[in-house]
Design a protein around this ligand. Structure first.
Ligand SMILES: [Fe+2]
Length: 383
């Protein structure tokens, strides 16, 4: 059993201002990685810029991170940072900019490598350098990326048959009509050095953003709790997070979200991130990525629709019932009804679902965190 949580987290109002010295101590020139709008609207970008100016640290802003950021976007961010001489990265926003910041920090430390390296397992003899330091300023309560080592990017994929029959060819160039997109965590772990969490930045989030990110947190807590890698330590995080989530759930459904609810959701989010840092996620996340990429569903919604089926089919009934109890649901049915009321009905076309199920079954990496035997019919019933 092992506990490793190397991220220094401040959760308080004005923490960017209060801890500007620690932010500045990460390097001599900053690359700020963010999206186009929300960090401007909620004031987080200005707070970070002001903190850097006060500490005499020059910075460059890359503000082109889209939802579900692509490998190409990360490459652009890293190129901008390299040409400006940046030696640390600050991610501001939801999971997308925070994940992009980690991947850009890795590329900044390894400028001679191309982006394929993000998805290659590095051996010590390969001479791969650790990412430059990263600070994260979350502006949503969902992903927990500010405390995890994960960076999930969207990348193009070709069917296995193309890759095996046309090895050595420029397959992307030769078979563009067969290319699809998927989301996948990069192969390297990049823990942020510092997380500056100010719940004031959550105020401008829309109802849908608040709900979907909260459901993402719920999924992290459940998938970590019911996981091959779960330990007593990881369950300290997931159990506490589930109890906190239970306190907010009714007000989330009515969208009566004030400062106290935002604080609780942020706490649950951070605990969820700490939990999955130790266990990884499980089937709902694995199943969600093709649904996100092909149906355009937001991440939290795409994950959340699989939670009732995941719990319904979970191999250890006692453990599944324990989750319902921590969340203060009286039954499996009341949990399913709650999720449906929160997220609405989502219908996944049979063809996409068949492909999604088969891709998961063919991918041992995505199955390893689920502690029981799976077959097509069990997964099919999870929709
Ligand atoms: Fe997630």
């Amino acid at each position: 059993m092992m506990l490793y949580m190397p991220v220094k987290v401040y959760q308080e109002k004005k923490c960017v201002e209060n801890h500007s010295r620690e932010l500045a101590a990460l390097g001599t020139k900053a690359l700020i990685v963010t999206g186009k709008r929300s960090s401007r609207m909620n004031g987080s970008l200005d707070d970070v810029k002001n903190a850097l100016v006060r500490e005499g640290i020059p910075y460059t802003v890359f503000d082109e991170v889209e939802e579900n950021p692509s490998v190409d976007t990360v490459k652009k961010a890293a190129s901008l940072g390299a040409s400006a001489g940046a030696d640390f990265v600050i991610g501001i926003g939801g999971g997308s900019p925070m994940d992009a910041a980690k991947a850009a920090a890795l590329l900044l430390a390894n400028p001679e490598r191309d982006t394929d390296f993000l998805y290659q397992k590095a051996r010590p003899e390969d001479g791969v350098r650790a990412a430059v330091p990263v600070a994260e300023v979350p502006t949503t309560a969902g992903t927990g990326s500010e405390v995890t080592p994960y960076a999930i990017l969207t990348k193009p994929v070709l069917p296995e048959i193309v890759l095996t029959t046309a090895p050595g060819a420029d397959a992307r160039h030769d078979f563009p009509h067969l290319e699809r997109k998927t989301k996948q965590s990069i192969s390297h772990h990049v823990f942020p050095a510092l997380a500056l969490v100010d719940i004031s930045y959550l105020q401008t989030a829309s109802r849908s953003s608040c709900v979907y990110t909260a459901v993402d947190t719920l999924a992290h807590l459940i998938e970590s709790h019911l996981n091959t890698n779960t330990t007593d330590y990881s369950r300290f995080y997931s159990e506490m997070g589930l109890r906190i989530w239970a306190k907010v759930k009714d007000r989330l459904l009515r969208y009566e979200i004030g400062e106290e609810e935002r604080r609780l959701l942020m706490n649950a989010c951070t605990l969820g991130g700490m939990a999955i840092s130790h266990t990884g996620t499980s089937l709902p996340h694995g199943l969600s990525y093709p649904v996100t990429c092909e149906m355009g569903l937001p991440h939290g919604k795409a994950v959340g629709i699989f939670l009732p089926g995941f719990l319904r089919g979970y191999g250890d009934r006692e453990e599944a019932m324990r989750v319902f109890s921590l969340l203060e649901f009286g039954s499996e049915q009341s949990f399913s009804e709650y999720i449906r009321a929160l997220l609405g009905e989502v219908s996944i076309p049979d063809e996409l679902w068949e492909r999604d199920v088969n891709e998961l079954l063919e991918n041992p990496r995505k199955l390893k965190n689920y502690p029981f035997q799976l077959d097509h019919d069990r997964l099919w019933a999870m929709r």
